[in-house]
Design a protein around this ligand. Structure first.
Ligand SMILES: [Zn+2]
Ligand SMILES: [Zn+2]
Length: 425
């Protein structure tokens, strides 16, 4: 029988990957909480229509990239490809639309896409993000951008570049869309198959096709920001003024677009220099004032972002900013009859002082257990042998300094702390 293993496009996260990802999430949650956002967990699977409406019927994502299946009752369910639609559903289902607005929420968790696995892209990937729902002021757009920016800054990640654009709204987009179609119409024959389909259903996406047949056609295409109505233009101006006031550098990127009608005004992405090509976005977001209606709820504005935790971890690793998994600071080796219980009591004391402490319950020789403690990176090893225990003491060994001394059991915690502090200094 072949050995069982992970499904292609999925992976296990452990050691430095886990520790680094965990640090990303801790910082992100801290930044969100500091701005009054509270956490939400939505189900990993939902009725398919939650996502098919949000992702857009007839798009590649719905047709090919969603994990959709029937449950035993014949209902169509889908593993979430993203969280915004779920969070918005929860906002209405949970009555959050009845309280003070906006409602500020943050989330984290795995998302799923059945796309072809390639470097840096997984079928199960991890995202964190926020949604601020129920308010249309541009200050809220600035708030979520500043939140995401602060999260990335707090990780020490350099080379992050914020790209900002406005894609208008229902008032100004139809005219802009016609202009765009006028620009591309003479070139329909040269365009890739995807773009020929996009021409009618979401022509804005023509602006970000990376294929060599299509990219050159973007020269001279009209930019959305040049065709905004007065309300959209004023919203965009206010956002940019806020970003300047908050000292957040940004680039206006007229090619940064969203394909679906419910996206309005602000669109943004965070790019990282070390991640090349179409994989260089750490995350992004924008305003989706039309989404609530698409999902069948009353019209409600919202803005948010989602960040790809796997990509951020990759960027951190390439920048030499990996977090180390927590090694044990102290290893206790019981090496006498009845010493195991004594060891566990001692471990509790040390943990109260905040020292990561493990007890080696193995039955191998003391020498081999010493070697293992060293491999685990323990700075201090405490040995509970026959001789020491009969004297009510333990041998405390400073692994870096090399010294070893006999310490009364009641004073072990103090002695260990002293060694660890010396090591940290
Ligand atoms: Zn194309
Ligand atoms: Zn407009």
């Amino acid at each position: 029988m072949p050995q069982i293993r992970t499904v292609a496009g999925t992976r296990d996260l452990f050691a430095a990957d886990y520790a680094t990802g965990s640090r990303v999430l801790v910082e992100a949650a801290q930044q969100a909480r500091l701005r009054g956002y509270s956490g939400i967990v939505t189900p990993i699977f939902e009725y398919t229509e939650v996502f098919s409406r949000a992702v857009g019927e007839g798009t590649d994502v719905v047709d090919k990239e969603m994990y959709t299946f029937e449950d035993r009752g014949g209902r169509s369910l889908t593993l979430r490809p993203e969280a915004t639609a779920s969070v918005l559903r929860a906002y209405f289902e949970g009555g959050m639309n009845q309280g003070p607005q906006p409602v500020r929420l943050y989330y984290r968790g795995p998302m799923f896409r059945a796309e072809r696995p390639q470097a840096g892209r997984y079928r199960q990937f991890f995202q964190h993000g926020v949604e601020a729902i129920g308010e249309s002021a541009p200050g809220l757009d600035a708030e979520v951008i500043e939140l995401a920016w602060s999260g990335l800054q707090s990780l020490g990640l350099e080379g992050v570049r914020l790209q900002v654009n406005s894609i208008g709204d229902a008032a100004c987009r139809p005219a802009y869309r016609s202009l765009l179609q006028d620009h591309y119409r003479p070139h329909l024959g040269e365009m890739c198959e995807d773009c020929r389909r996009r021409f009618d259903i979401n022509p804005l996406r023509l602006l970000d096709c990376k294929k060599p047949t299509c990219a050159p056609l973007q020269a001279g295409a009209p930019n959305p920001v040049d065709h905004l109505c007065e309300d959209c233009a004023s919203h965009h101006r206010s956002l940019k003024e806020a970003l300047v006031a908050l000292d957040i550098p940004f680039t206006e990127n007229p090619r940064l677009v969203r394909g679906l009608d419910y996206y309005t005004r602000t669109a943004f992405e965070f790019w990282h220099d070390d991640l090349k090509g179409s994989q260089n976005a750490l995350g992004g977001g924008g305003r989706y004032d039309g989404l609530a209606q698409v999902l069948g709820f009353e019209a409600t504005p919202g803005v948010g972002f989602s960040m790809g935790v796997d990509r951020i971890v990759l960027a951190l690793q390439r920048s030499g900013l990996s977090a180390a998994p927590p090694g044990a600071a102290v290893a206790i080796l019981p090496a006498a009859e009845g010493a195991a219980v004594q060891a566990m009591r001692l471990a509790s004391d040390l943990r109260l002082s905040g020292h990561v402490t493990v007890v080696d319950h193995g039955s191998r020789s003391l020498k081999s257990r010493m070697r293992q403690a060293q491999k685990m990176g323990a700075a201090v090893v405490v040995i509970l042998g026959e001789t020491e225990l009969s004297a009510g003491a333990a041998a405390v060994r400073d692994m870096a300094g090399g010294g070893q001394e006999e310490v009364q059991l009641g004073a072990v915690a103090q002695s260990v702390s002293a060694i660890l502090e010396r090591g940290a200094a």
